[in-house]
Design a protein around this ligand. Structure first.
Ligand code: HEC
Ligand code: HEC
Ligand code: HEC
Ligand code: HEC
Ligand code: HEC
Ligand code: HEC
Length: 245
């Protein structure tokens, strides 16, 4: 009991209990510089921002239908694919969004992690949160402020599953984490999480803990890089008394 209590108090008193990766400025959170092959071909790395794309499309569209991996520089995107209407070229075809013509190369190949900053500034009236993009994306989609498309050509199957799970840590006197399926299935397909990231049976996923999340596994797959970051304790542990920065 003593050990349990001391851990309980240490998370409250010492922000150093977990070490978080440093957060970029809000307009750069979720921005990527894709450079698996660009530089080898004397092209600058490709700028891609999650905030500008998720206003129009759910995660499912890119990470299931269009087969982009959720890990930087692992998808084998080529200029030829893009030009023939795959990957970025599904939308960057000169109709839905700017295409692959000479004058547009450096809209993508610019090596600028804050590319599009002036558009981010226009989102200042979006509902706010404290971390990440500092935009409450849950509220933005729930209130209909944004209506991202959920598919390009293959509509999702029934996505009405809305069970909320309480994930209680063993051996820790910590208010449980909640996992709301409803907030997730607005963005993601079941197949984005099941069975690769999480088992489909509650409390059977092994090594489910903050330290694994902080290494980018489980919840940390998305909640370090794109969805609100792990710093935002109360959004997952709603009964926690105070946030730790
Ligand atoms: C318009 C397409 C698109 C949308 C929409 C999109 N992503 Fe991505 N995402 C990408 C691309 C492209 C990459 C980089 C893949 C690569 O380099 O292999 C990526 C990478 C990622 C990564 C890895 C980042 C890293 O630094 O390793 C995560 C996590 C991720 N996306 C989560 C999400 C989540 C969560 C959503 C929905 C809120 C989302 N994505 C919506 C295209 C998209
Ligand atoms: C909509 C964004 C976008 C536009 C516009 C674009 N590219 Fe790319 N391009 C990419 C992405 C993403 C990759 C993959 C980058 C990587 O992994 O390094 C890529 C890769 C490349 C590569 C790497 C080698 C290969 O063949 O795949 C070359 C060369 C290239 N692009 C040339 C161009 C040229 C020239 C233009 C203008 C005519 C252009 N790109 C326009 C997104 C774009
Ligand atoms: C599912 C459709 C879709 C896919 C896939 C997609 N984009 Fe886009 N992209 C768009 C749309 C639509 C816009 C215009 C957004 C706007 O005007 O706000 C855009 C805008 C952009 C911009 C300009 C950002 C700005 O300032 O508005 C860049 C850069 C970009 N995309 C890069 C990429 C790259 C690189 C990829 C592939 C790795 C990619 N996009 C894949 C739809 C897509
Ligand atoms: C963002 C990730 C994510 C998405 C998307 C997701 N789930 Fe889950 N799901 C989880 C997690 C986390 C658990 C709990 C796993 C554990 O405790 O080991 C879970 C558990 C479950 C369970 C077991 C519940 C119980 O009480 O035992 C079912 C059934 C389930 N999911 C179905 C679905 C279906 C159907 C969809 C799509 C409509 C879906 N999930 C989408 C993350 C997700
Ligand atoms: C595949 C990506 C992904 C994974 C894995 C994931 N989430 Fe999320 N989660 C999201 C996205 C996207 C949102 C929408 C909010 C945002 O983007 O900031 C979200 C929202 C939430 C919310 C809603 C908060 C609110 O606004 O009310 C909670 C709580 C949450 N996640 C907890 C978890 C927990 C706990 C886990 C691990 C068991 C987890 N998530 C795993 C992508 C993911
Ligand atoms: C994205 C959701 C999410 C966020 C944000 C989050 N946690 Fe957790 N936390 C979890 C999950 C899921 C578990 C594991 C529950 C289980 O064991 O089933 C957990 C477990 C814990 C535990 C138990 C020990 C351990 O390592 O598993 C502690 C302590 C904890 N969290 C503290 C925090 C603190 C402090 C913050 C903010 C700095 C925070 N959490 C933010 C989801 C989250």
């Amino acid at each position: 009991m003593f050990i349990v209590m001391s851990i309980f108090f240490s998370y409250q008193d010492t922000p150093a209990f977990f070490s978080f990766p440093p957060l970029p400025p809000s307009e750069q959170y979720g921005n990527l510089l894709i450079s698996r092959t660009s530089e080898k071909h004397n092209m600058k790395p490709v700028a891609f921002s999650h905030w500008s794309h998720r206003m129009h499309y759910t995660c499912r569209v890119c990470h299931l239908e269009l087969e982009f991996n959720m890990q930087l520089n692992t998808t084998e995107i080529t200029e030829e694919d893009n030009k023939s209407g795959k990957f970025c070229g599904v939308c960057h075809d000169g109709e839905i969004a700017f295409g692959h013509t000479k004058e547009n190369c450096d809209k993508c190949h610019n090596g600028d992690i804050s590319y599009g900053y002036e558009k981010f500034v226009k989102l200042k009236d979006f509902p706010k949160t404290r971390f990440g993009n500092r935009i409450d994306w849950t509220a933005a989609i729930q209130t209909g402020l944004i209506k991202p498309k959920t598919f390009i050509s293959t509509p999702p199957a029934d996505m009405s599953f809305d069970k909320e799970l309480e994930l209680k840590a063993e051996n820790f006197l910590i208010p449980p984490a909640v996992f709301p399926h409803s907030a997730h299935v607005k963005w993601l397909d079941c197949a984005n999480c099941h069975p690769d990231v999480f088992n489909i049976k509650k409390k059977t996923t092994k090594h489910f803990s903050m330290s694994f999340c902080l290494r980018g596994e489980f919840c940390g797959l998305c909640h370090l890089k794109t969805a609100f970051p792990l710093n935002d304790c109360k959004r997952c542990h709603p009964d926690m008394s105070e946030d730790i920065k």
